[in-house]
Design a protein around this ligand. Structure first.
Ligand SMILES: Cc1cc2nc3c(=O)[nH]c(=O)nc-3n(C[C@H](O)[C@H](O)[C@H](O)COP(=O)(O)O)c2cc1C
Length: 335
């Protein structure tokens, strides 16, 4: 059975990748995922705020040290969160790259153009096989148009592309007025891959304290709809390779993402729920399905159910309305 795939120009043994999560935060975690058969891993995002906080702390400590005579060296690493800050992050990346044979993809969430470019360079220097740009920008300024928002994403991508040589994927949110146009523009601006779609912490209030709280629930397979739709729309239409993320609970969702044209499929919630060993179950499930259905390879099924292959693309686009009219509402009225 030929399970191989190409994603971001990387040759992978099969299409299932462990996406960014606490499981990929340590070298041991990454090794456990490799042992369980992950084709690649994405490390958690390095956040620009993390870097700045450490730079500030570093300046504070070293300036303080320089006024304090001898043993300045003892001030050096004694910063809060030193190990888990940016230095720790880069060190983990370096050690993980040395420890495993699968590609270790880094992830970055920056704010400024300078931040995108310079931190991308640091992740490349630390040995990342590729870089995922975790782009989530909330256009809180209501005078900002959709066009301005798109330009902001493209500028960040260009800043990174002009600085590093490793392949770059852009991990997108589904919150664009024209996802297809955004995807096309990013692909034409040099994105080697697009990852559809990220999920985010949702803001909420605690009614007892009125404090803001953020909550991130693990996903369920109900969330595969938007990525399925947009991967099927984009496959074969953009140069960038396509990574699917959200809602992989079993091998069934992996297969569906491949059928609509994904080059790679990522999973986090399922691994957090069942442990890293669950990667093995997903890979076996995919292999078994291919075999039982007489498909010789992953490439043989990729895009079989893409929009170009549909008799009627509208069937997919208006699926929710048709389902509501013909199935859900009548059942609701009858109950
Ligand atoms: C606890 C947790 C931490 C995450 N951290 C990151 C992160 O640092 N960067 C990122 O791009 N995505 C992050 N994600 C998003 C996941 O990589 C993934 O894209 C998302 O959970 C959807 O996949 P799933 O449905 O398989 O969970 C995180 C998700 C969870 C649950």
């Amino acid at each position: 059975m030929d399970m191989a795939t190409r994603y971001l120009g990387l040759q992978l043994a099969h299409p299932i990748i462990a996406s960014a999560s606490p499981l990929t935060r340590t070298v041991d975690g990454i090794r456990a995922l490799e042992d369980a058969g992950a084709a690649a891993v994405v490390m958690p995002s390095l956040f620009e705020e993390q870097v700045r906080a450490e730079d500030t702390a570093y300046a504070m400590y070293t300036e303080h040290g320089s006024f304090s005579q001898s043993e300045a060296g003892s001030y050096f690493p004694e910063m809060p969160d030193y190990d888990s800050g940016v230095s720790g992050h880069l060190d983990t990346l370096r050690r993980a790259v040395a420890a495993v044979d699968i590609p270790v993809i880094a992830s970055l969430n920056a704010v400024t153009l300078e931040g995108w470019a310079s931190y991308a360079a640091r992740l490349e220097q630390a040995g990342a096989a590729a870089l995922e740009l975790n782009m989530y920008f909330i256009p809180a300024d209501a005078t900002m148009s959709g066009r301005d928002v798109e330009a902001h994403y493209v500028a960040a991508l260009r800043a990174v592309k002009s600085t590093v040589n490793i392949p770059i994927a852009v991990k997108l949110s589904p919150y664009f007025s024209a996802i297809g146009h955004m995807a096309l523009e990013l692909s034409e601006s040099g994105a080697d891959g697009l990852v559809l779609f990220n999920r985010f912490y949702q803001p909420d209030f605690d009614l007892a304290t009125l404090a803001v709280k953020a909550d991130l629930k693990l996903s369920s397979s109900h969330e595969t709809g938007p990525p399925l739709l947009w991967i099927s729309m984009l496959a074969g239409r953009v140069k960038a390779s396509l990574g699917a993320t959200s809602g992989v609970e079993t091998a069934e969702q992996v297969i569906k993402y491949l059928l609509v044209g994904a080059d790679a499929v990522m999973t986090t919630s399922a691994l957090l729920r069942h442990g890293p060993g669950y990667m093995r179950t997903l890979v076996r499930g995919l292999a078994t399905w291919l075999e039982e259905n007489g498909h010789p390879s992953v490439s043989a099924i990729r895009g079989l159910k893409g929009v170009d292959q549909q008799d009627n693309a509208g069937e997919l686009l208006r699926a929710q309305y048709m389902h509501l009219l013909t199935d859900y509402v009548p059942r609701l009225l009858a109950s």
